[in-house]
Design a binder for this molecule. Structure first.
Ligand code: NAD
Ligand code: MLT
Length: 310
């Protein structure tokens, strides 16, 4: 069985696959879309993160492919219906990087509140701008969490530790469950109008695309701060840019972008927006977890027909 590793996979997962005598692992370094297209017809499985886009067109020429493994959570870079129509299983590793993404969200929230990246840059430039970087506390501020799943739940717990008031909106979670988690379930409009900080933790679907847009931004409090460590497509970036320039939104912390990397995005020029290059899952522990999980899930399926996540 030949397994193509398209995006970086931690050595722990690679070792599990390579230890199997029935498996040949192809792991080219950062393969181009053209190279993937060339090799895929000879492969039984492919492993991706978010870089590789698995399109219906790519799958047309993959007669041996039985399984696509996503070493991570979001499967929005995979055309799942097209894969299913060809009998190709799509599996991910839910939860395996949730702690990393939740902690990164808290890191972004704190850095945004206290201007940590801007102050670092200012000191590198030789300044001591003590007055310029007045921040806000998280204590007693209201956080609105959209999507109270695995990551949203950890973020809620950490925010409660900071004594924030936590609102949550999730159509698949009941107000009772939200209350058990220490949060107040609210309709979206209430969340927009009451939150001082808003953080997104939903998958990118037709329903959630551009969830933050001109209309929803206009419902938010003046001075709101927005954190997105889920998916770029959840925010209409042009609308966010305008809302920041107008001063309605005080700042944003973005780990993910509609187009990655976001070359030429005007958001990159705004001093009150801070960025990381899709680092939510970039902890050693998370990469060990997702690589081991996806390696074992793929072997279980290819060798024993066992489906542990699809
Ligand atoms: P999850 O499935 O456990 O939680 C997602 C939650 O969103 C669910 O509870 C679901 O009910 C809710 N939801 C769905 N539609 C909604 C809507 N319209 N409004 C409000 N809530 C809605 O997933 P998770 O593990 O918490 O991950 C969340 C997302 O974070 C993933 O889909 C992925 O895109 C992203 N992610 C990003 C990184 C990163 O590196 N930045 C890392 C891990 C995950
Ligand atoms: C995910 O959905 O798991 C994230 O995008 C993390 C990643 O693989 O980069």
């Amino acid at each position: 069985m030949r397994i193509l590793i398209c995006d970086g996979l931690h050595p722990q997962g690679l070792d599990i696959l390579r230890a199997d005598p029935d498996v040949e692992v192809l792991a080219p370094d950062q393969p181009s879309a053209e190279l993937i297209r060339e090799i895929l017809p000879e492969c039984d499985a492919m492993v991706v993160r978010s870089r590789t886009k698995v399109t219906a067109d790519l799958l047309e020429n993959a007669p041996r492919l039985k399984v696509i493994g996503r070493a991570g959570t979001g499967v929005d870079n995979i055309q799942v219906q097209a894969a299913s129509a060809r009998g190709i299983l799509v599996m991910n590793t839910p939860g395996a990087n949730a702690m990393a993404a939740a902690e990164h969200t808290m890191a972004l929230m704190l850095a945004l509140a206290r201007h940590v990246p801007q102050a670092t840059q200012s000191m590198r430039e030789g300044r001591w701008d003590k007055k310029r970087f007045m921040g806000t506390e998280l204590y007693q501020q209201t956080l609105g969490i959209v999507g109270l799943g695995k990551i949203g739940t950890i973020v809620a717990d950490r925010a409660l530790g900071f004594k924030m008031n936590v609102l949550a909106h999730d159509p698949h979670i009941t107000p009772e469950t939200a209350a058990i988690l220490g949060t107040e379930w609210v309709e979206l409009d209430k969340l927009w109008s009451r939150a001082d900080f808003i953080t997104l933790h939903t998958p990118l679907t037709a329903e959630t695309r551009n969830l933050i847009n001109r209309d929803t931004l206009s419902k938010m409090k003046k001075g709101v701060r927005i954190i997105n460590c889920a998916r770029g497509g959840l925010i209409d970036e042009e609308a966010l840019y305008e809302a920041i320039v107008s001063g309605h939104v005080a700042g944003a912390a973005l780990d993910v972008f509609a187009k990655e990397p976001p070359e030429g995005s005007p958001l990159l020029r705004l001093p009150n927006v801070i960025f990381t290059p899709h680092l939510g899952a970039s902890s050693t522990q998370a990469q060990e977890n997702v690589s081991r999980a996806i390696a074992m899930q793929i072997l279980d399926y290819l060798k024993r027909g066992i489906i542990r996540n699809a």
